[in-house]
Design a protein around this ligand. Sequence first.
Ligand code: SF4
Length: 370
Amino acid sequence: MPALPAAPLAERRRTRQLRVGPVGVGSDHPVSVQSMTTTVTADVDATLQQIAELTAAGCDIVRVACPSADDAEALPAIAAKSKIPVIADIHFQPKYVFAAIEAGCAAVRVNPGNIKKFDDKVGDIARAARDHGTPIRIGVNAGSLDQRLMRKYGKATPEALAESALWEASLFAEHGFHDLKISVKHNDPVVMIRAYEILAEQCDYPLHLGVTEAGPAFQGTVKSAVAFGALLRQGIGDTIRVSLSAPPVEEAKVGTEILRSLNLRPRKLEIVSCPSCGRAQVDVYKLADEVTAGLEGMEVPLRVAVMGCVVNGPGEAREADLGVASGNGKGQIFVKGEVVKTVPEHRIVETLIEEAMILAETMEPAGGGA
Ligand code: SF4
């Protein structure tokens, strides 16, 4: 069978451009990673501490919930002190939208299904947002879909989610306001993917991808990776948020890793380790864990292969910057495709770490967050 051609990602879908604080959003800009704090927003110190942790983990934009007047009052301090742009998340109270814009939040997220008294305020919100240069995210969620659309479609179908978002966007458009980003989240990746595909066909607003209520870390990571991969492969998606029932730092890590795996964010350290099998002549899991731990925090795009035997070992090790192919109680150490030394098994980890440090000095840091 002839070899299939490599299938690179499709060109990014052309979108309008907007700025969430200093972060450009849209097809002219890299895909950004978002997360959301879990602290009580009114607790400014705790919220800023969590934002700092998210920033270190590679998060580009952070969202904070604003369910009460106390939270709204905390927004100016949080927006001023956060190192990454802050989006205020407003579900029920239009007055907090104005408060968030006044507070200097980089954007405001509104949920059309939940803001009952919203329609007659769109003009005022559009005016305030335009005056402050504040984009609005229209965040439609399957769990809080507008009742009118629930009656029309019977459930949160892809068409219902897209129609809700586009209808809300049209209300802002009537007031000449187009600084919009749209999300249509559903917990089922299949429904979610189709909803975004419909949106991508019908508008040119930037899209924020999310599988909502994706579940605990393992399930949520899989669902998000599958859904984002399917969409980003088509060039759809301008910001992403992995929603996990886990600390938000984990969301940021998974989000950055998804982008790295698609080459949408510079890669840093990458361990290419084999899954092991009956041919393995070394404890591959232990070896991979020890090498990963020994190189933790490395900022350069180093690819290190840890292979359990000589079947695929030398081939993979040669493809990497650095690698080991194990066998017969020894490890062949490869650097840039050449065997540089053979060491006894107990010296494999320390030798790989030494060689990695030497290589790292010749490489530029990858950048783009943790
Ligand atoms: Fe098995 Fe060797 Fe392949 Fe590892 S490299 S999975 S030990 S054949």
